[in-house]
Design a protein around this ligand. Sequence first.
Ligand code: PGA
Length: 250
Amino acid sequence: MNKLVAANWKMHKTPQEALMLVQELAHLFEQTPPAANVVIFPPYITLPGLKPHVRPWGALGAQNFYPAEEGAFTGEISLPMLRACGCSHVLAGHSERRALMGESSDFVGQKTRFAIRAGFHVVLCVGETLEEREQGRLEAVLSEQLVSALPVAGASCGTLLSVAYEPVWAIGTGRVAKHDDIVAAHGFIRRQLSVALGSQSNGIKVIYGGSVKPDNAAAIIGLDNVDGLLVGGASLQAESFYHIVQACQS
Ligand code: PGA
C-alpha cells in the first residue's frame, strides 16, 4: 500500500505565504517526485488558487467543515464550497478541535459520515491525553472515538477513510510516542476497524501524527501497521516537509 503523508498547517500562513510554500514544494517535487501520496491541509482562506500548484504532486484538503449542504450556519464552510476550491480531503476529530472547540465524538462521527457520503476522503484523528494513557484508558478512548465515527456508509469507506493516531501529548511538544506504543496503538486501531467493517477495512490507512520531524520520520514510517504520517509544525517549511515525504522511499 502506498504511504500517505499529510500536512496540517493549522492556523499558519497568509494566502501569499501559502502560495509561496506550495510553489517551493512544487519545485522540490518536480526534481524528485514524492515517495508517498501527499495531502496538504492549509487554512480555508488560502485555498483558492493553490490547486494548480499542488495538483501535479499532491491533493488539497480542508482542516474543517460543517456537515450541511448550505444554510444558516454563521462562520461555517460547506463541502461544496471546499470542492469548488479544489479540495478532495478533510480532517475530522483533530484533538485541537475536540479540546478547544468542544467537538464531541458524536459530532465528529456525524461529520465523518457526512463527508464520506459526499465523496470526500476523511482523515479521522483519534488519540488519548497523557492522563488517559496513565490511567490505562488508551484502548477505551481510541475505541470510543472510532466507534462513534463508524460504521461509515457504503463500500467506499476503504478508499475514503484514513485514521490518524495522534497521542495528544505528542502533538507540538517534540515528544514522539515510543515505537512500541505506536505499533501497539496502530495494531489496536486496525483490529477495531476490522471488527467494525470486515474486509472493507483493508484499504484504510492508519497514519501516525505527533512531533514527526525529518530526523524521526523514516524510523516511524518503517514500523508495523504505520501507513503514513500526519505532520504539523514540520510541514510549515518546504525542505523539512519534503524530507519527511521522501523518508517513505524505502
Ligand atoms: P505536530 O502536529 O507535528 O506539530 O506535532 C501534528 C498534528 O497536530 O496533526
